[in-house]
Design a protein. Structure first.
Length: 218
């Protein structure tokens, strides 16, 4: 059940009828607020105003501002891991599986700058909030597990070098895809926007794919 806000025309969900949808709305608004301002400067009232609810309702779901911030981080990582799992790479030829994973990561990061900003902010603070999320190691293990299966298949077929490290490979893929978004503002100021048109981004994605493949192929 939803109600219409007369002031904004925005649909406002009823927590009594759809509590999970209300929770998702809060997380979405909080993700935007924290990506812009971080935990310290992010305002719960601004989040409440975004979705036409009350601070009391937000605290009912998440306890306090820190609890909400941790939930946003947890959900952001869970979302990317679930999307990776949804690629259904098992059974594909290993080179094709790795190509699709690299393309997905590059495209996901480009399409989700809020995720990149959240991770950047958390890095500035030494990952101290991420450490408080007990499920995080389990959530992110799936990324390495998937790469392990791809690498094992590639080695068994004689296509990949025997010393390929799934963990190092994840680092390489993440680094190239992350930099493309995190450093775009300063890169553009220094060197212009030529690399950030849709056509140039497709070309850059292919260059990243080729670089990753070259690092693993026998």
């Amino acid at each position: 059940m939803v109600e219409m806000s007369a002031a904004s025309g925005r649909k406002v969900r009823s927590w009594k009828q759809d509590p999970e949808a209300v929770r998702a709305d809060i997380l979405s608004a909080a993700r935007t607020e924290f990506a812009q301002h971080g935990l310290a400067r992010g305002r719960v009232q601004a989040i409440a105003d975004r979705i036409k609810t009350s601070k009391r309702m937000i605290f009912y779901y998440f306890g306090d501002k820190e609890g909400l911030y941790l939930a946003v981080l947890e959900e952001a990582y869970r979302h990317v891991r679930q999307a990776e799992s949804g690629l259904n790479l098992d059974g594909l030829p290993p080179v094709e599986a790795l190509r699709r994973l690299v393309e997905f990561t590059f495209d996901h990061h480009r399409a989700n700058p809020e995720f990149i900003r959240l991770v950047t902010i958390e890095n500035i603070h030494g990952g101290r909030n991420l450490r408080k999320i007990e499920s995080m190691s389990r959530t992110n293990t799936t990324a390495i597990d998937q790469l392990e299966r791809i690498c094992e298949a590639g080695m068994a077929a004689g296509l990949f070098r025997p010393d390929v490290s799934p963990l190092a490979l994840h680092w390489q893929i993440s680094a190239m895809s992350f930099f493309n978004v995190s450093n775009r503002p300063t890169f553009s100021v220094n060197f212009g926007d030529d690399l950030f048109s849709d056509e140039a981004q497709l070309d850059l994605r292919e260059r990243v794919v080729q670089c990753i493949l070259a690092s693993v192929l026998a």
